[in-house]
Design a protein around this ligand. Structure first.
Ligand code: NAD
Length: 369
């Protein structure tokens, strides 16, 4: 199968980690007989330097022409980089918002998985996470409070600020369908999170999600209030499989879930639209403090590439092979600096970005192995 991928290496550690994800995809291609084809384009600070704007039209066109986009990260040191002297709409991050909008990416997926080998990085008590956890937060990305009308006005001698939380049935339905499809590929449980005891938008959310669930009799649906979910995430994270929620609740809950999963260098993400198309990127930023040193952890980007195989190309077995290779590397004691325990590195081998990519690629095995 030909895998038509547009790649946006970006800034900082972006090019370093994207190189390793490509290496792993090439290896998947060799082992499983696929042909990944990469088109590299500019976005973020490097695009500002090259053509004077963070999101050139050529980048949008190349992304739209691909089956999927593999992205590193964009941006620089927000205090010292000249990019941050530009007006907000010209800064690197404007490219990020612009491309999500241009591609209609309404569903954001962030897996939170606890690797037993990295359990010491989890801030929860060992007895809470003894059995590990494995969840995906599916967050609505283009509606709700962050996109509704807002204003600040003077009323009766004081400032009054208003934000508006708007959701239509179709916006809720399309992201719910995504979540149920994903649950079908996992443990078949969707926890839909809302605040239906207070908010009208949440009552509509619950009604539409319940309707969608009728089309998926093999998937169990649970409703949970957002305050309760925030508590349950730290009390018993193993209970969750797919967590479906609206934009602001998802923003907060996905950060909470990232925190309990440990290092930023391990966290992948995907943003999807109605088609198979998706944009895949690590959850972390461009890490200017370590850029160019060859020490960044490429695993988040490599796991994002695994998500690409699963969601954009329906190559579940290949995605699984990448995830297994990452598990094997950790089991073999291979670590980048960010995932070395503070308590000491006895029995572990510290490696750089490229060596970690090589180690994962070498552990990709075929169907019959
Ligand atoms: P960051 O995520 O870049 O870094 C936070 C800390 O985590 C740093 O100490 C960094 O060294 C470490 N870290 C991050 N990824 C790592 C990896 N793969 N391996 C090892 N260590 C890693 O966050 P920040 O410093 O707040 O932001 C830096 C720049 O990144 C800013 O310009 C910000 O706007 C941008 N940013 C971009 C994205 C994106 O492209 N999607 C997301 C977040 C931040």
């Amino acid at each position: 199968m030909r895998l038509n991928i547009t790649s946006i290496p970006g800034d900082g550690i972006g090019p370093e980690v994207v190189t390793e994800a490509k290496k792993v995809l090439q290896r998947v291609g060799e082992v499983y007989d696929h042909e990944p084809v990469f088109t590299d384009v500019l976005m973020g600070g490097c695009a500002i330097d090259a053509v004077g704007e963070p999101l050139p039209q050529e980048t949008i066109d190349a992304a739209k022409a691909a089956d999927a986009v593999l992205m590193g990260s964009i941006g620089g040191n927000t205090t010292t980089s000249p990019w941050y002297k530009l007006p907000p709409e010209k800064r690197p991050e404007a490219g990020l918002l612009g491309i999500r909008k241009a591609l209609g990416l309404f569903a954001n997926l962030r897996p939170a998985y606890l690797y037993p080998e990295l359990a010491s990085a989890c801030p929860l008590r060992p007895d809470i996470v003894a059995g590990g956890f494995d969840m995906v937060i599916v967050r609505e990305l283009t509606g709700g409070l962050y996109f509704g009308p807002r204003s600040t006005e003077e009323r009766d001698g004081q400032q009054v600020a208003t934000d508006t939380l708007v959701y239509s049935e179709s916006e809720i339905r399309r992201v719910a369908i995504r979540a149920f499809d994903i649950a079908r590929k996992r443990r078949k449980l969707v926890t839909s999170v809302d605040k239906a005891n207070v908010l009208d938008s949440s009552r509509l959310w619950r009604k539409v999600v319940t309707q969608v669930a009728e089309e998926y009799p093999d998937v169990t649906l649970k409703h949970q209030l957002v305050d309760s979910c925030a508590m349950e995430l730290v009390r018993d994270p193993a209970q969750f499989d797919v967590v479906l929620t609206e934009n602001m609740f998802g923003d907060i809950l996905s950060d909470e879930a990232s925190m309990i999963a440990g290092s930023l260098g391990m966290l992948s993400s995907a943003s999807l639209n109605e088609t198979k198309f998706g944009l895949y990127e690590p959850s972390g930023g461009s890490a200017p403090d370590i850029a160019g040193q060859g020490i960044a952890n490429p695993i988040a980007t490599i796991l994002s590439a695994a998500m690409m195989l699963r969601y954009s190309f329906d190559l579940d077995q290949e995605a699984e092979a990448v995830e297994q290779a990452v598990k094997q590397v950790l089991a073999d004691g291979i670590r980048t600096g960010d995932i070395l325990p503070a308590s000491g590195a006895e029995g572990l081998r510290r490696v750089g970005t490229a060596e970690m990519g090589d180690a994962i690629a070498a552990r990709i095995v075929g169907r019959e192995s």
